[in-house]
Ligand binder design. Structure first.
Ligand SMILES: Nc1ncnc2c1ncn2[C@@H]1O[C@H](COP(=O)(O)OP(=O)(O)OP(=O)(O)O)[C@@H](O)[C@H]1O
Length: 256
């Protein structure tokens, strides 16, 4: 049986009087692209923020690659093995593309601050290896030739690729992409789809929040649909598309 990479269950989160998530759970198997969709305000971002340590849940259990983890802080979650991108791109705009990826890689290195200050041999060697690996990742996502460009000078689509390269640099168990196609034109979306497909073929596991339902349906192995914080459907894209509750939620006849 294929192993589960992420297994979360019973996640609830309330903001004051608003129940943003009610008993939500998903299981993502290794090598899957798993989609999370739902109308505006359904709770997708909240769910993402809970599993990546940005929001503290009111309840829930969390397991990554067979080990329980506590999503108490973003850096702890990154160390445990979940790398994420953000809806609003969060790169270091005045650092080069290569440096942005190197930052991601640093959480997997060991020489630490003292090594950096005294430029120990181990540190220098480690930096060289990090730069090499980071360049490979830029090549992998298709922006290798922009390694020395400042992040802010890259096109929107290329900045999103750079974020993905930085996420990959942490060697994550799971890559969580928050609306990667937002603001992309149709050519960029096709390229994004090819890139995500390629990442999947390399046996990586991806969780995807996306507004572009067509992209999700074409790309994902499984999909969860949220509406008003509740999981109204889970299954293959074909199953979910036929689900009456999903149709109603999207057509706005479900009480919206
Ligand atoms: N930090 C917060 N404080 C209070 N309410 C919040 C907070 N974050 C989200 N909410 C509320 O929780 C509900 C779910 O929001 P969320 O952003 O998770 O939905 P979403 O599915 O990601 O929506 P969208 O597609 O519009 O991004 C909304 O009603 C929202 O107003």
């Amino acid at each position: 049986m294929t192993e589960a990479v992420l297994r979360v269950a019973g996640i609830s989160k309330r903001f004051g009087g608003l129940q943003a998530l009610s008993d939500v759970g998903i299981t993502i198997l290794k090598g899957q692209v798993y989609g999370l969709i739902g109308p505006n305000g359904a709770g997708k971002t909240t769910f993402f923020n809970v599993i990546t340590g940005l929001y503290e849940p009111d309840s829930g259990t969390f397991e990554l690659a067979g080990k329980a983890y506590v999503p108490s802080a973003v850096h702890e979650v990154a160390k445990a093995g979940i790398a994420r991108t953000f809806q609003n791109i969060r790169l270091f705009p005045d650092m080069t593309a290569l440096e942005n990826v190197m930052v991601g890689r640093h959480i997997r290195t060991s020489s630490g601050l003292m090594g950096a200050i005294f430029r120990t041999r181990k540190f220098v060697e480690e930096e060289r290896a990090i730069a090499k690996r980071s360049q490979e990742l830029l090549d992998y996502v298709g922006i290798g030739k922009y390694a020395d460009y400042k992040a802010r000078t890259l096109s929107y689509g290329d900045q999103r690729r750079l974020e993905i390269a930085r996420a990959l640099a942490t060697d994550p168990q799971l890559i969580a992409l928050d609306e990667p196609a937002a603001g992309m034109n149709s050519t960029e979306k096709v390229q994004l789809r090819e890139l995500i497909d390629r990442i999947r073929k390399d046996n990586r596991t991806i969780l995807l929040i996306e507004h572009d339902v067509k992209l999700v349906m074409g790309l994902c192995d499984r999909v969860t649909v949220l509406d008003y914080g509740k999981q109204i459907a889970e299954g293959t894209p074909a199953d979910v598309q036929k689900n009456q509750k999903v149709i109603e939620a999207y057509l706005g006849t479900g009480g919206h």
